[in-house]
Design a protein around this ligand. Structure first.
Ligand SMILES: Nc1nc2c(ncn2[C@@H]2O[C@H](COP(=O)(O)OP(=O)(O)OP(=O)(O)O)[C@@H](O)[C@H]2O)c(=O)[nH]1
Ligand SMILES: [Mg+2]
Length: 194
């Protein structure tokens, strides 16, 4: 995908602030710190477009990015961040769920999982939830640079099994550090953007 423009539009707490119009949207979901914002930046070749950080919980609202004046990337707040108060977590949960369930512009969700670890209970819940609501999902196993290439397939297979992923769900091994998997992610996303 040739990126002509990528602009931050808004950080939305709810539907009132979502952009107007019928442009397709791709949302990025996953645990806090898994690399959602880094994936977005890598895909659009803009280092600082989506804010990234070593401290989890950076993305607290639904961040909309307008790509090529054609479609949106939506960076969702990460789940499973321990250092967040229960009521705040519940509020984030509602915000994410509300968007995923009700947003007609949504075409697909990229579900990110760290290649190094078995999926958490929340990862599995999120994945099963996406299946239940029949939301097209792409699994991106990320931070591939952190383990040796020889372990990629085995880890990925275990992750998909633990998530209970459907057999036809696309899976991409990715690294925002090396760019591994970037073209493959675009190839899949292009099919949803039209
Ligand atoms: N080595 C390596 N580090 C990565 C990769 N992707 C992300 N990181 C690092 O992991 C940390 C978290 O990345 P973010 O992109 O901010 O994660 P996030 O999922 O947006 O986090 P929240 O906004 O808190 O939900 C940062 O320090 C990134 O530099 C990757 O593929 N490889
Ligand atoms: Mg983020």
């Amino acid at each position: 995908m040739r990126i002509i423009s990528a602009d931050y539009i808004i950080s939305a707490p709810g539907p009132k602030q979502y952009p107007e119009g019928e442009q397709p949207e791709i949302a990025f979901a996953g645990r806090s710190n898994v690399g959602k914002s880094s994936l977005i930046n890598k895909l659009v070749n803009r280092r600082g477009l989506a804010r990234t950080s070593g401290s989890p919980g950076k993305t607290r609202l639904l961040n909309f990015y307008w790509i090529n004046k054609d479609f949106y990337f939506v960076d969702l707040p990460g789940y499973g961040f321990a250092k967040v108060a229960k009521d705040v977590k519940a509020q984030w949960g509602k915000m994410i769920e509300g968007y995923l369930r009700e947003r007609e512009n949504l075409r697909a969700v990229v579900h990110l999982i760290d290649i190094r670890h078995a999926p958490s209970k929340e990862d599995v819940e999120m994945h099963q939830w996406l299946i239940h609501y029949e939301i097209p999902t792409i699994i991106v196993v990320t931070k591939a640079d952190k383990i040796t290439r020889g372990k990629w397939q085995k880890h990925t297979k275990l992750i998909c099994e633990s998530l209970g992923a459907l057999p036809d769900t696309p899976v991409v091994i990715f690294s925002s550090l090396t760019g591994q998997g970037k073209d493959q992610v675009w190839e899949i996303l292009s099919g949803y953007i039209g």
